[in-house]
Write a protein that binds this ligand. Structure first.
Ligand code: SI3
Length: 288
């Protein structure tokens, strides 16, 4: 399960319906061009929290059908409705997803014991391994070293997608839990995380910048830090421009520039205006 995983985008039409042809093209681009090691399906980048349970299942189906066993698949199933999380976990497991992942429950201020119960309850109902999806900036859920350790006591919890700029905690986690998988979640911090000996990374910008991300990770693993820093510099120039123009919208426009039918984002996400579309095209021409 080591390596680089794209946090997969989904192609939607202007009404917000899944564009199956476009989704298959995004999958193929990631596998054939970016050559990533796996896909993280129905995460934030997949606009998971904006779509119905049926749509989530349909995306799991289409992606598995397109991928077969060619790369690893992690299915994100986390939901505030724990019954939905269990249903999706069972669904992805029946489709032979290699692992499931679940975002920490958010919105309500859950106590840690409640968060632990959420993960253990999902895992009591599914025969698969789970990766915790920790993204405090969006969920407001900050867990410390000991709390991660308590979640890791369940042997079906095999790792964490660590999307936070806390390198002290990341370093402590790495040393405390050498047998758990740690994936970095912020693409702009990939090199900094890689030198701490992470097992892989999961990112949205890998949809278009996967080749550079792989280079950063592999160069860092080989100790070629100066070379990795140069690739991270170009990557961060790209990410900075994407972030100021609209993250997911701009990645979709870059994919379209590369001939991939990436479609639109679902409301309430905005649609790019002509200036934003022109800017996205300039970014694509400059970096890809
Ligand atoms: O679940 C997911 O789609 C992710 O893996 C999200 C990933 O951590 C991205 N975070 C968000 C909020 O989109 C990052 O890849 C992020 O977009 C990137 O580092 C730019 O800031």
């Amino acid at each position: 399960m080591n390596g680089l995983y794209t946090a997969l985008m989904c192609s939607f039409d202007e009404q917000g319906n899944i564009n199956e042809k476009g989704l298959r093209e995004i999958v193929r681009y990631n596998i054939d061009v970016s050559k990533v090691d796996g896909l993280y399906v129905n995460g934030s980048t997949g606009e998971n929290f904006l779509i119905s349970t049926e749509a989530k299942k349909k995306i799991f189906d289409i992606v598995k059908d397109e991928v077969g066993d060619s790369v690893k698949l992690i299915g994100q199933v986390g939901a505030l409705n724990i019954d939905e999380a269990i249903e999706l976990a069972q669904y992805a497991t029946d489709l032979n997803y290699d692992a499931i992942s679940a975002v920490t429950p958010f919105y309500y201020k859950f106590e840690f014991e409640e968060i632990k119960d959420y993960y253990n309850t999902i895992l009591e109902n599914v025969d698969n391994d789970l990766i915790i999806y920790s993204i405090p900036a969006l969920t407001g859920v900050n867990m410390n070293l000991e709390q991660f350790g308590e979640l890791f006591q369940n042997e079906k919890v095999i790792g964490v997608k660590f999307t936070a700029p806390d390198f002290f905690l990341l370093e402590r986690l790495r040393h405390a839990y050498p047998n758990k998988l740690i994936y970095s979640g912020f693409d702009e911090m990939l090199l900094s995380a890689s030198v701490l000996n992470i097992d892989g990374a999961i990112g949205s910008t890998f949809n278009v910048n996967g080749q550079r991300a792989k280079q950063i990770f592999e160069l860092a693993q080989n100790g070629q830090i100066e070379e990795a820093r140069e690739v991270q510099k170009v990557t961060n120039d790209l990410i900075a421009e994407i972030l100021t123009n609209g993250l997911y919208q701009t990645i979709k426009e870059i994919l379209k520039y590369k001939g991939v039918d990436a479609g639109f984002c679902r409301k309430p996400m905005k649609t790019l205006k002509p200036e934003g579309l022109a800017k996205a095209r300039k970014i694509a021409e400059k970096y890809l």
